[in-house]
Design a protein around this ligand. Structure first.
Ligand code: AVJ
Length: 323
């Protein structure tokens, strides 16, 4: 009887994803799976790195233009609304905006969505301490589930998609994601998207290959996760973090590089994967944009740009859009 064997159990979403991604040429895994609790903590460390400018740039935008951004997001007539944030993480930048809404006496509920339960607990506990009057309705889910819930949510809404999370989508996926995000927006609803802007290519490259190796640890943590959750036997000493920036496409691509010929057994899939020396697994895209590209993107998905806010160095843009 095999009723209790590994193979008779339905595969988890992670297992299915890994099966598809590692059977492909070139091999690829989604950066969505970086964010287990350890990965979310590593990303918090990345945000504090000297080389990782996007967080500080967006923070500076909110510090300088927070009141104007909050006003642009609030429904006309100042009625009640939900502030839904996709990929909230630790909410460090969002807190600046939340304080602006509270200061303006807005009638709203903050609905952060994040894939990491650990990050969400940290965020919600922090908000209870720091902003006791705030109504919070947290959701632990991926974007796909969040988009479905957004479609069935009644009432006015402002949607936040900050931190250049949008950069993770390949161009075709970016369009379909934004079309799904735009579909449930009523004319009075607003969407705020944070875009990392194209700049000195060396600065961009350094942001994804920091001198302390935190970004490398963040990328390699994906393999640790597969070892733990799928019982895989990746030998962490035989993998390297590698990243490049292509100023023509605007894409930072991150890879895990196999430093020798090796095979990796994944018992949860009952499968062994072969890697040649220097073969890579593509693990992440982090696209960088120009302001004209952002305008074009909005137009392509049927949205209009209401307002654009940038920091003094024009490193980052927070763009308010409407249907
Ligand atoms: C959280 C997706 C915005 O792409 O800049 C940071 C993740 N990856 N360093 C990004 C990340 C490597 C980050 N986002």
């Amino acid at each position: 009887m095999s009723s209790s064997s590994t193979l008779s159990r339905p595969l988890s979403a992670l297992a299915q994803h890994v099966a598809t991604g590692l059977r492909q040429t070139p091999k690829a895994l989604s950066s969505m799976y970086f964010y287990d609790d350890a990965g979310s903590r590593l990303f918090q460390q990345i945000m504090a790195l000297p080389e990782y400018y996007p967080t500080r740039a967006e923070f500076a935008i909110f510090e300088e233009h927070g009141a104007a951004i909050a006003a642009a997001l609030r429904p006309a007539g100042n009625g009640p609304f939900a502030l839904v944030e996709l990929g909230a993480g630790d909410g460090s930048k969002t807190k600046v905006l939340l304080r602006e809404f509270l200061r303006a006496d807005a009638d709203f509920t903050y609905a952060p969505v994040d894939i990491s339960a650990g990050a969400m607990t940290g965020l919600v506990d922090g908000l209870k301490q720091e902003m006791p009057g705030l109504r919070v309705a947290p959701v632990v889910s991926d974007y796909a589930t969040a988009l479905r819930q957004l479609g069935s949510r009644p009432g006015s809404k402002g949607v936040l998609f900050l931190g250049s999370n949008i950069g993770n989508f390949a161009p075709a996926d970016r369009l379909s994601f934004l079309r799904q995000l735009a579909a449930p927006l009523a004319p009075a609803d607003r969407l705020l998207i944070g875009f990392d802007l194209q700049k000195d290519p060396r600065r961009i490259r350094a942001a994804y290959d920091d001198s302390q190796g935190v970004t490398a640890a963040f990328n390699l943590n994906l393999l640790t996760r597969l070892n733990r959750e799928l019982d895989a036997d990746f030998d962490l000493a035989s993998w390297q973090h590698f990243t490049d920036y292509n100023p023509l496409s605007g894409a930072v691509r991150s890879y895990l590089v196999s430093t020798r010929a090796q095979q990796v057994r994944i018992p949860a899939l009952d499968e062994t994967f072969q890697f040649t020396a220097w073969e890579v697994i593509h693990t992440e895209n982090s696209y960088k944009f120009t302001l004209p590209q952002i305008e074009e993107l909005a137009a392509q998905v049927g949205l209009r740009v209401v307002d654009t806010f940038t920091d003094a160095d024009a490193d980052f843009a927070d763009v308010v859009m409407a249907a």
